[in-house]
Design a protein around this ligand. Structure first.
Ligand SMILES: [Zn+2]
Length: 254
């Protein structure tokens, strides 16, 4: 992770809409759950798109894929509700095999044009290795690439995906792109006072982190320590960090 001083994330306009796009059920809770809790508290309308079905999220031979897909959707909806998010959309692509296709880009462009978010949050498609302990999941990169190019140029360019115009979906210009799981962070969101909310949302993902002591002493302890370590780097109790891209619309008259 880059050690240049990070800036606090820019303030959110009143009533802003935020769209969070992620590859798997639980990615949002691990990566940006504290930020979502904060943004909802600040009055944002937050929606989620989960690109894959989560069906590869277990090595337990006793877990039938269909059962796991249904259970993970239920877990994801519960986790979203925990943070005040009711709008959760599942695109249902097979987990573990995601590609940044034009079909996926169009599906994400459709959602962006419908919801007209001020801010889009997605996974940084350029991250291959994270620190010295994690090879980034290729689904994260694929979802991030499709989401990034849905933000620009597809959402705002009228001639791209003309079939969306036929659905009544006019172009929309996103103002900010937040890239999570990035090796080039520029901004942080302080999450110390909402860390309990983030952990509560994570507890919904029982198929992924277990329950009881297994969860508390495993994934929850790990993510708390990680966010606190990031927080220490910027002088707050805990933090989530992003590469933030801001698109200046002031000169465009809209
Ligand atoms: Zn994931």
């Amino acid at each position: 992770m880059k050690t240049a001083p990070l800036q606090p994330a820019p303030p959110l306009p009143a009533g802003a809409s935020i769209l969070v796009i992620a590859a798997h059920p639980d990615d949002i809770e691990f990566g940006v759950g504290g930020s979502v809790a904060r943004w909802v508290r600040e009055g944002a309308r937050v929606s989620y798109v989960i690109v894959t079905d989560g069906g590869a999220g277990s090595n337990d031979p006793a877990h039938a894929r269909n059962w796991l897909v249904a259970e993970r959707e239920r877990e994801q909806r519960a986790a979203a509700a925990c943070l005040g998010v009711q709008d959760v959309r599942f695109l249902g692509y097979p987990d573990g095999m995601l590609q940044p296709t034009l079909e996926l880009r169009k599906a994400l462009t459709r959602v962006i044009r419908e919801l007209k978010p001020y801010r889009v949050v997605c996974q940084d498609p350029t991250t291959v290795y994270f620190e010295d302990s994690y090879i980034n999941h290729p689904d994260h990169r694929a979802a991030g690439e499709a989401a990034t190019y849905a933000v620009f140029p597809s959402s705002e360019t009228r001639p791209i995906f003309p079939e969306l115009l036929a659905e009544g979906l006019e172009p929309h210009k996103v103002s900010e792109l937040y890239l999570t799981l990035t090796t080039q962070p520029t901004h942080y969101v302080a999450v110390g006072d909402v860390l309990a909310d983030k952990l509560a949302a994570l507890r919904c993902h029982v198929t992924q982190i277990g329950a009881g002591d297994a969860a508390e002493n495993g994934a929850l302890k790990w993510i708390s320590a990680l966010d606190e370590r990031f927080g220490q780097q910027v002088g707050v109790a805990a933090a989530e960090f992003y590469r933030v891209m801001t698109f200046d619309r002031s000169a465009e008259g809209d």
